[in-house]
Ligand binder design. Structure first.
Ligand SMILES: NC(=O)c1ccc[n+]([C@@H]2O[C@H](COP(=O)([O-])OP(=O)(O)OC[C@H]3O[C@@H](n4cnc5c(N)ncnc54)[C@H](O)[C@@H]3O)[C@@H](O)[C@H]2O)c1
Length: 340
């Protein structure tokens, strides 16, 4: 894979920017074109360390803009598609942009990929397309789990996965898909559970937890996600899906917040319960044995280690997240019943 040009969509977001930093560090012979609309979730500051490199190009634009996408793809070999509206809570408040970006935008990229003979289209998706598992059960999501999305976000991601597969079956597109679990780590917008908790604690505010907090998620450290995508790009089989996760045991959300409070040496009574999210999925658990056995990937960072690193990063980078919290204060207030 030497000297390839990669179109990364949504590369100014949380996972996309971690991926670009990782890729440019480990594959300096490649060129990256980052197409990002810079929604509230996009932040070019994440990429300050690579922005002047000759093999990195940033293009502000929308993946629904076919003319622009065609122009960029004309010089690309590979597409790595992260761009999405990604927050379940926002999809409940306003599903429209989720349909536009996640479904229509993916369709535009697929059409353009065919038109431009893209060698490999990698689609980043989520384990949320599989729905919700029973609390206390030992069932897990795998590549064979039927789709059962339950929020506008997961339904839009499920649609995009189906479109990608349809373009493979119908038109022979060489694609791969990864369905990964909840990511955490550096540069995550402080609306998601872990950075939300850290930023609230640092601001001496109570940490809102939905309902009883017993919901279970699988947690994947973002750097491990980057190495999983790398493996799939390098040796993933055409038209295959790989499920990616980070844990081997269930950790309820309330325990995640308690872990953060312990690491930050704060009392557990900083945690407050707020009315649960509508249609809140109860449990996600991911069986990532296929990517392990087929491609030799497994997560390298334990949950405790990843949380330590993440807390340390937010402590050292207040200048990155504080302006985002201030700029989005109205949203936080609306979503957490007056608790910003
Ligand atoms: N964060 C997670 O825990 C998680 C878990 C599973 C899957 N995913 C998937 O991974 C991908 C990246 O997630 P993330 O957490 O980095 O998201 P994010 O919200 O942090 O970033 C999304 C990026 O896409 C850009 N974008 C949004 N709409 C766009 C459009 N129409 N055109 C161009 N750019 C646009 C935004 O500006 C932003 O930079 C998404 O596809 C998401 O569904 C995320």
């Amino acid at each position: 894979m030497a000297n390839q040009t990669i179109l990364v969509t949504g590369g100014a977001g949380f996972i996309g920017s971690n991926f670009i930093l990782y890729w440019m560090n480990n594959h300096p012979e490649d060129k990256i074109i980052n197409l990002d609309a810079l929604t509230y979730a996009g932040n070019t500051k994440n990429l300050a360390s690579v922005s002047d490199l000759p093999n990195y190009i940033f293009v502000e634009g929308n993946i629904t803009d076919r003319e622009l996408v065609d122009r960029l793809m004309a010089s690309c070999d590979i597409v790595v598609h992260f761009a999405a509206e990604s927050h379940v809570d926002r999809s409940i408040l306003n599903p429209d942009t989720f349909i536009q970006t996640n479904i229509i935008g993916t369709h535009v990229l697929l059409e353009s990929a065919l038109h431009n003979d893209i060698k490999h289209f990698h689609h980043i998706s989520t384990d949320e397309v599989f729905g919700s598992l029973k609390l206390g059960s030992d069932t897990q999501f795998s590549e064979h789990t039927p789709y059962d999305p339950r929020s506008p976000y997961s339904a839009s991601k499920a649609s995009s996965d189906h479109l990608v597969r349809a373009y493979g079956e119908t038109y022979g597109l060489n694609y791969t898909i990864t369905n990964c679990s909840n990511n955490y780590g550096e540069y995550q917008f402080p609306e998601k559970l872990i950075p939300l908790a850290i930023s609230h604690i640092l601001a001496d505010k109570p940490v809102p937890v939905y309902g009883d907090g017993l919901q279970v998620r699988d947690w994947l450290y973002v750097q491990d996600h980057c190495t999983a995508i790398e493996k799939v790009l390098q040796s993933g089989k055409s038209q295959e899906t790989y499920v990616v996760g980070g844990l081997t045991e269930d950790i309820p959300n309330i325990e995640v917040v308690k872990t953060i409070l312990r690491i930050m040496k704060k009392p557990e009574d900083m945690l407050i319960h707020v009315t649960d999210r509508a249609g809140h999925d109860v449990r996600y658990s991911v069986n990532w044995s296929k990517i392990e056995s087929d491609l030799g990937w497994k997560p390298s960072v334990s949950f405790e280690e990843g949380m330590q690193k993440t807390v340390a990063w937010y402590l050292a980078n207040e200048a990155w997240w504080k302006p985002l919290v201030s700029a989005n204060a109205a949203y936080f207030k609306k979503n957490y019943q007056g608790r910003e």
